[in-house]
Write a protein of this length. Structure first.
Lengths: 333, 284
């Protein structure tokens, strides 16, 4: 009875519990396993797929705060940037170990997120979004003006020799896989329920004994740690970091669009979205140099209008076209 | 060394004050939504909190449950001051509430909604996910939502949302349960079912504070009634005495109505007097 009921709750119609649709999750895990083969099968495309994996990780980072607790952050590039600087600074100290980079980046970012989260997470809705954006811009300027971070000139990151270069690919894969695993574990735990309760109604959550401040900070710290780990791996793979690379707007906006496309607040959504959009972006980027940003704009508009719950929700949809139409705000109006 | 006689638990329980509201005032801008409200809630009792719209019932609920911090006064629970305790800690002490405007977690299933309460409520996250879902199942059977436990909470009808609200509050394993208009919008049969449920909950030792507009329901369930009007307590006592009190009638039906009743009574009395003084002609 007990396990059956728990299972039933997770397999709920359409929404599939807070882990999201199972089919989508299995497909994602399968594709993720296939990605492990890239350095052997498609060695020439390693850099491309490494970037995709970094976007996968970043999307999971954003999903934790934006998808699960519903706090839409526009400042997650700060964590990516600080993570990449962690790697660069370790490299300057002649510590050249990607595991150390990731560990330091995660600790520094979780601590930084908790610190700025205390004031910033008291804000709600648009105010929170603007505050995170402001924080991101401020940190970018601070880093760009301090000699300790190499100023605008940037910092060089020592890399391994060409023959062992695929360790950076595997590092990126592990960070992405770790992000998926963390999300899955969180979504299945009491922590996940606390996050979703806060997203759905903060007052009701408080009355049920959930301290909103505490759990929002936890969510943001996890989010920041994941983004930081992605940044550290990116810096090693790139070999050089400056403020315009580390705090690039792409690392902020793309993960949000990717998660929205795949499905916010699900375990498979960010992977699905990141894979599809990175792929399309790469193709378009080769063909039309600047047109791909137009494409991203169009995707944002279409997803918000036609797929507010993302592709993963569409896979688990029962009742076909009618249920889909009924779910649309524009259809209701 | 003498053996102390054990205190009589029966009499102690009968008069033990669970919740003490002393001199509570709540100001919003220039408006005092509550002022100088004081009363005691005995453990195991059912206190009906009534009053016209805007009299401060829900505000008082919010003060007790920690959503608002009162401007003046103090709320004590089991001898402990709780006015400064934030909402998310009040439920750890054993006080639970429902919301008048129901607040289900729309994207979660009915079962999950209740399970969240069981996870975090009384035991502050120490209960396992599995035990929480088991507890949720028990409660859904009690409130009559078991057959739709796997629906999304957003799909529920209003009466079912009210039931869910009660189940969520019960999932906190409360000693004191504040119910804010859980019977509004229910039909006669559903009200009877709800009363049955509340009596059952009360029998298990849960003290109830019930806000309700439905007089029949509140009279039948309450042991004590407290009446608020314009933020002040105007009466307190047994249901029958409170409802007969002229102040209460005035608060509900207006001063003109009371005056009219008094005039009618006077006319009646004068007539009776006239009859008494002037006996019928028959005796002459």
């Amino acid at each position: 009875m007990s396990t059956a009921s728990t299972g039933a709750a997770l397999r709920r119609i359409g929404l599939g519990g807070i882990t999201g649709n199972r089919t989508a999750l299995f497909i994602s895990l399968g594709l993720m396993a296939l990605l492990l083969l890239v350095p052997m099968v498609l060695p020439g495309y390693q850099t491309l797929f490494r970037t995709i994996l970094i976007f996968v990780a970043l999307s999971y980072g954003w999903n934790m705060i934006g998808g699960y607790t519903g706090y839409v952050s526009f400042g997650n590039m700060v964590f990516f940037g600080l993570g990449s600087y962690c790697a660069a600074l370790l490299s300057a100290q002649h510590v050249d170990n990607v595991v150390a980079d990731v560990a330091l980046a995660m600790v520094v970012n979780a601590a930084f997120a908790a610190l700025i989260g205390l004031p910033v997470l008291r804000l709600k809705g648009h105010y929170f979004g603007i505050a995170t954006l402001g924080t991101a811009l401020a940190v970018t300027d601070i880093v760009g003006n301090l000699d300790f971070f190499g100023g605008t000139g940037g910092l060089k990151v020592t890399q391994v020799d060409e023959a062992h270069f695929s360790i950076y690919y595997y590092a990126a894969w592990l960070v992405a896989a770790g992000a998926i695993a963390i999300t899955f574990l969180v979504a299945r735990s009491k922590l996940g329920y606390a996050f979703v309760a806060i997203r759905e109604n903060e007052d009701a959550a408080a009355v049920l004994g959930i301290s909103a401040t505490k759990y929002k900070i936890i969510a943001w710290a996890i989010s920041a740690a994941i983004a930081g780990a992605a940044g550290a791996v990116y810096a090693r793979g790139n070999g050089f970091i400056d403020p315009s690379i580390a705090f690039a707007e792409d690392f902020n906006v793309y993960p949000i669009v990717m998660t929205l496309l795949g499905g916010t607040g699900t375990v498979a959504g960010p992977f699905v979205g990141a894979l599809i959009l990175s792929g399309v972006n790469e193709l378009l980027g080769h063909t039309f140099l600047k047109l791909h940003s137009l494409f991203f704009g169009a995707v944002i508009v279409l997803v918000v209008l036609l797929l507010p719950r993302g592709l993963v929700w569409l896979i688990g949809l029962r009742g076909g076209m009618r249920t889909w139409l009924k779910s649309l705000e524009i259809y209701k109006a | 060394m003498s053996v102390q006689p054990a205190p009589s638990t029966a009499t102690a329980a009968a008069h033990e004050v669970a919740l003490r509201i002393s001199d509570v005032g709540m100001r919003f801008g220039g408006l005092w939504a509550l002022s100088e409200v004081s009363f005691d809630v005995e453990r195991g009792s059912v206190v009906g909190l009534i009053g016209p719209n805007g009299s401060g019932k829900t505000t008082l609920m919010n003060v007790i449950s920690g959503v608002y911090k009162p401007t003046t006064g103090e709320v004590t629970y089991a001898g402990k001051r709780i006015a400064d305790v934030p909402a998310h800690d009040v439920c750890h002490l054993g006080i639970a509430r429902t919301f008048q405007i129901v607040k289900p977690f729309a994207s979660l299933s009915v079962r999950e909604n209740v399970a969240v309460g069981a996870m975090y409520g009384r035991y502050g996250g120490k209960r396992s996910t599995r035990a929480s879902f088991e507890r949720a199942q028990e409660l859904l059977e009690i409130v009559g939502l078991a057959r739709i436990a796997d629906r999304a909470a957003s799909e529920l009808t209003i009466p079912d949302r009210k039931r869910l609200e009660v189940a969520k509050a019960l999932a906190l394993d409360p000693d004191v349960l504040l119910l804010d208009e859980v019977m509004a919008g229910l039909n006669a049969t559903e009200v009877d079912e709800a009363l049955e449920l509340l009596r059952d909950v009360n029998k298990r030792g849960v003290t109830l504070i019930v806000v309700e507009h439905l007089m029949k329901a509140i009279v039948s369930i309450s042991t004590t009634i407290v009446v608020l009007a314009e933020g002040k307590k105007i009466a307190q006592g047994a249901p029958s005495t409170v409802l007969a009190s002229p102040q209460v009638i005035e608060a509900y039906l207006g001063s003109r109505w009371v005056k009219r009743q008094e005039q009618l009574k006077e006319i009646e009395a004068q007539r009776a007097e006239a009859v008494r003084i002037q006996p019928p002609e028959a005796t002459a």
